[in-house]
Structure formats: structure tokens, C-alpha cells
Design a protein around this ligand. Sequence first.
Ligand code: ADE
Ligand code: ZN
Length: 330
Amino acid sequence: MPLPKAELHLHIEGTLEPELAFALAERNGVELPYADTDEIREAYRFEDLQSFLNLYYELMAVLRTERDFEDLSNAYLARAAAQGVRHAEIFFDPQAHIARGVGMGTVVEGLWRALGSSEENHGVSTQLIMCFLRDESAESAMETLRAAEPYLDRIVGVGLDSAEAGHPPVKFREVYEAAAALGLRRVAHAGEEGPPEYIRQALDLLGVERVDHGLSCMEDPALVDRLVRDRIPLTLCPLSNVRLRAVDTLADHPLPAMLDAGLLCTVNSDDPAYFGGYVGDNFDAVRDTLGLTEDRLRELARNSFLASFLEHDEERRRRYLAEVEAYAFP
Ligand code: ADE
Ligand code: ZN
């Protein structure tokens, strides 16, 4: 039995495996510029975040109907459950779909067809976090927030993703103020490729409660002190960092140093179809390559539930935490 855990940094579009991409392409009459699944996997040699995003947005063309988003989500939830995920807070990128003529309603209703019954079907509780694309304008983000208003009973919070360099959090200050006024929780990718300053901006100007990645904080000891003091969770994605070359090799990943510094780290998969593994695979990789002890692995699992947006159901959080403490490593 795998270690029980929450996954807090997972782009649902990043769970699109090549087999499902071809099945949906056929169902929807979409032509993919790849001969077969091997050819897609050969394209998984990324130089940086942007080279990954190019493929990620290209393959999304196959997602067109509610049923597509439902099938994508059910495939993820089944894999996540098999790797010990009890709770998942799932990102989606509505602008990438709206730009292709697929409306907010199709995306959210489709995702919900799987998420709404995920506890019964997969034993995984879920929440949805709507991300703004930071390489699009602040006006576009605000329009997206307005388009989401009819669906806010299904969306726990907002996030910020896509190409980080040159798109500092300050650009989205007003949008995050508007999201906060609607009662939405706030997270943002910061410090994946961007400098520590972007993490500071996410905290100070966007009011984020969790930082996605946050890797570059290690260049700024005063920022580390602040993140430790304020117990700001970081959603790290080790296999993603290797594939997108944020670190040279997994052995160079700062996760052990971050834990030693007292940071509230979690381990997540980001875009598991593209980066060589789901969240359990990320746990296994950091155990094997970074030599994390059972105590450290349990701490990561505990942190994932402590950092979850489960304030509406503290009884559930207690149950999940009790499972982590009771877990016997094989
Ligand atoms: N969108 C999907 N995956 C992402 C990542 N790792 N960083 C930024 N935006 C993303
Ligand atoms: Zn991400």
C-alpha cells in the first residue's frame, strides 16, 4: 500500500497521455502532427519551460467536449488513487481552451463529471484551482475570472502558470484582488524559472497562501527565513524540475536542503504525462536518489494535508493525517 498523500500541484491538461490524445483526436476528428504515441514521447525532450509549454498547448487541441475533460480527469484520478493520493487540488487552464472555442462551461462541467463522483469512484476528494496564463494579458485574466463566476461553487481558488520569465506576479495584482473579493483562495507559480523577487511579489502583491515550485527561494536566505516563519507551503515537483532543466539532475535537487531549512515542502507531479511519473513516482525518485528517510517521506505526506485547502472539512483533514501517522512503510 502506498503512502497516503495529497497532490497540490497538478495540471489536469498535463495528465494527457499520448494514447488518450490519439483516442480523443480520432473521436473529435482532430489531426495531430505526430504519427504515433512513440513520436509524441520522442518530443518529450525539453530544453526549458517554454519548449514544454509548446507541446502542452499543441496537444490540448484534442480536448473539445465535456466528455473529453471527464475522461481525462477519470484517467488521472485512477492513476493518482493507485499511487496513494487521497485528495487532489487540480489546476486547469481555461484560457487555453477558450482561445480554441471551447467554453468555460464545457471545461468546468466536463471536469466536474469526474470530480463530482471522484470520492465514490476513486476514493479521492478533489478541489479545482483555475489558473491564469501569465503570458497573456491581465485584462484577459480578468475576463476569465468573470467568465468563471457562474461556476465558483466548483472552484476553490486561482493560480498563475505558463511562461514565468518576464511575466512577474505584479502584472496580476488587480485580478488577484478581485479573486480574493470573491472568496477564492490564492496560489501562484513563482520561482520555477523566475527569481526570488517573483516569490516575494506573489506573497506581497497577490496574497498567495501557497507558492507553486518556489525553488529559487534558496538563493535568498532572508526569503527562506520568512517562508519558514510564516509556514508558507511550497509545492515542489522534482521530476518536472529535472525535465525542464531547473536542476541539472535529480541528485542536485535542493529538496533535502529545503527540508533541513524547515520549509514546509510538498512533493507533486506537475504534468505527469510529460515528466516521467505521477506523484508516487516522484516520492519514489526522491527516496531513491536523494536518500530521504521514512521520517522525511512521512513529513512530506503530512505537509501535503497540512497545506491542503481543507478548511471547510477539518474532520477530513484529521482523518487523512491520522492515516499518514499510522502508515507502516513496507
Ligand atoms: N503549465 C503547466 N505546467 C506548468 C509548469 N510547470 N510551469 C508553468 N506553467 C505550467
Ligand atoms: Zn505547474
